[in-house]
Design a protein around this ligand. Structure first.
Ligand SMILES: CC(C)(COP(=O)(O)OP(=O)(O)OC[C@H]1O[C@@H](n2cnc3c(N)ncnc32)[C@H](O)[C@@H]1OP(=O)(O)O)[C@@H](O)C(=O)NCCC(=O)NCCS
Length: 192
């Protein structure tokens, strides 16, 4: 897939002060993810699902394997771009990705690809420091710089206030569940 080139030089890459930490001020670097980060991206994505979706360990494991294959192919094809927030010691503590998602043509939308922000996760110990906000802003900047006119996502209850603050609003997507999920976290079927 042909990804439009940025019209401006990418920002970021420098150490940045965390936005909401009082003392001591921890410092983090935002960098682009590479294929070498796939383990981390899969782990963070798993962490995200474990907090927002009730599934069995086998389902999480299967999703990890599928995501690894899917994301590897798309990172190679430059259809996924990711950002990782690292602490000064090099420890990766937050990440998020934009997937260039195929979309149907419609008036006012350019092309048949739309950036979709996904897999946002911050390690529990480093939450509330503005890292997801920084990644969201970088995803917005990246998408705008490539001429996209919309950035899409599905929000968890944890992410919603962050995205709303950055200007995202709810659209008119509707969903019909075609199968009932009856799986508990321990993998046993729910009692009816
Ligand atoms: C959603 C998530 C990525 C936010 O990460 P983050 O780096 O803490 O985000 P930010 O610091 O930019 O914003 C944190 C906001 O969460 C809340 N928050 C603050 N401290 C927090 C803490 N210690 N723990 C959890 N949430 C906190 C606040 O609403 C805060 O906003 P505010 O302080 O500006 O009012 C993170 O909570 C997470 O990984 N959750 C589980 C997975 C998930 O839901 N991912 C998003 C999918 S759409």
């Amino acid at each position: 897939m042909k990804v439009p080139r940025a019209r401006t030089a990418p920002a970021g890459g420098n150490y940045m002060p965390a936005s909401r930490v009082a003392e001591p001020v921890a410092r983090f670097r935002l960098r682009r993810a590479t294929l070498d980060d796939l383990d981390l991206l899969v782990r963070h994505r798993r962490g995200m699902w474990e907090e927002i979706l009730e599934a069995s360990p086998r389902e999480y494991d299967a999703a990890d394997r599928a995501y690894r294959r899917w994301a590897r192919a798309r990172m190679k094809a430059r259809e996924i771009v990711g950002w990782i927030a690292e602490a000064e010691g090099g420890e990766a503590v937050a990440s998020g990705c934009v997937w260039l998602m195929p979309s149907q043509p419609r008036p006012g939308w350019k092309g048949t690809v739309s950036p979709y922000l996904m897999s946002m996760y911050t390690e529990k110990a480093d939450r509330g420091r503005g890292l997801a906000t920084r990644i969201t802003r970088e995803a917005i900047r990246w998408s705008k710089a490539r001429g996209f006119t919309v950035l899409l996502l599905h929000a968890s209850r944890f992410g919603k206030p962050i995205y709303a603050r950055e200007g995202f609003h709810e659209g008119n997507e509707m969903r019909l569940r075609l199968a009932e999920r009856r799986v508990r976290r321990d993998g046993r079927p729910r009692r009816r």
